[in-house]
Design a protein around this ligand. Structure first.
Ligand code: CP
Length: 303
């Protein structure tokens, strides 16, 4: 694997292998302390992040490697007008692998063409977020024990939510997967993705009411409304609290439902849900570090 731009760059077998490696790393992290000794990860974050940047940093440090980079465009020479291509070409001479987040869809693909080292897409605009999906898949395998025969409800901002787009791309490859898309009409899944689901013969439907479908769900994937992608603040304010998951709404949910959220959350899951055993979103955070350790090790060819 040279670069990871979209989760479909990985086969189902490669994903299983990465999760196997991550599980071994979770069980015995002390065995991997020197695996990436002498290697450097560059973290180029042109957009804000807590989990993705810090879990990549933690992952590389946990493997004995080093990390350099920036956490906002304003502290890099892109603030002086430098192109993404030139920035990435420059940084690729300083490190062995790069994780990059950018507000423009497709920027990591452009970066991969000028980089001398592998590029990992750490989120590009409203497009894709493949390493969040690896985190989600690791959590799903841990909590459900399978990727097949499930009804997955995706709720919130399905238009701009890049984690939703990547999760659909990954999960639609498995047998017996049904998607229920829960959003206001303004935040529907993009048409090209709905067309792809039809073309691929995947069972899906759209609803606006979360409670109506709650009893059917095996996984409920909540998302925040992506303020930073809106052109109109009034529209954001009107839509931001469309869905707020609380204990009342979970009354009809299955006992073994897994509630996921890529985080950060704003208002869309009441904090009272956090202590319900079905809430798995902080488990996702924990998995994020180990699956990124496995990914770095795999992409650098470390044994
Ligand atoms: N899930 C996720 O991408 O979180 P951050 O924006 O904090 O990295």
């Amino acid at each position: 694997m040279r670069d990871l731009i979209n989760v479909t760059d990985l086969t189902e077998e490669e994903i299983e292998e990465l999760i196997d490696i991550a599980s071994e790393m979770m069980a015995a992290p002390e065995d991997y302390l020197d695996l990436a000794k002498g290697k450097i990860l560059g973290t180029l974050f042109f957009e804000p992040s807590t989990r993705t940047r810090l879990s990549f940093t933690s992952a590389m440090m946990s493997l004995g490697g080093n990390v350099l980079g920036f956490s906002e465009a304003a502290s890099s020479s892109s603030a002086k007008g430098e192109s993404v291509a030139d920035t990435v070409r420059t940084v690729s001479y300083y490190c062995d692998i790069i994780a990059m987040r950018h507000h423009k869809e497709g920027a990591p693909r452009v970066a991969s063409q000028s980089s001398t080292v592998p590029i990992i897409n750490a989120g590009d605009g409203g497009h894709f977020h493949p390493t969040q999906t690896l985190t989600d898949l690791t959590t799903i395998r841990l909590t459900k024990g399978r990727f097949t025969d499930m009804t997955i409800g995706l709720c919130g901002d399905l238009c701009f939510g890049r984690t939703v787009h990547s999760l659909i791309e990954a999960m639609k490859r498995y047998d017996g997967i049904k998607f229920i898309l829960i959003s206001p009409p303004e935040l529907r899944l993009p048409k090209y993705m709905r067309d792809d689901l039809d073309r691929d013969g995947i069972e899906w439907r759209e609803v606006t009411d979360m409670e109506e479908v709650m009893p059917e769900l095996d996984i409920l994937y909540m998302t925040r409304v992506q303020r930073e992608r809106f052109f109109n603040e009034e529209e954001y304010l009107r839509l931001k609290d469309t869905y707020i998951l609380d204990m009342d709404k979970l009354e009809t949910a299955k006992e073994d439902l897994s509630i996921l959220h890529p985080l950060p959350r704003v208002n869309e899951i009441s904090t009272e849900v956090d202590s319900d055993p079905r809430a798995k979103y902080f488990e996702q955070v924990r998995c994020g570090r180990f699956i990124r350790m496995a990914l770095i090790a795999k992409m650098l060819g470390l044994k």
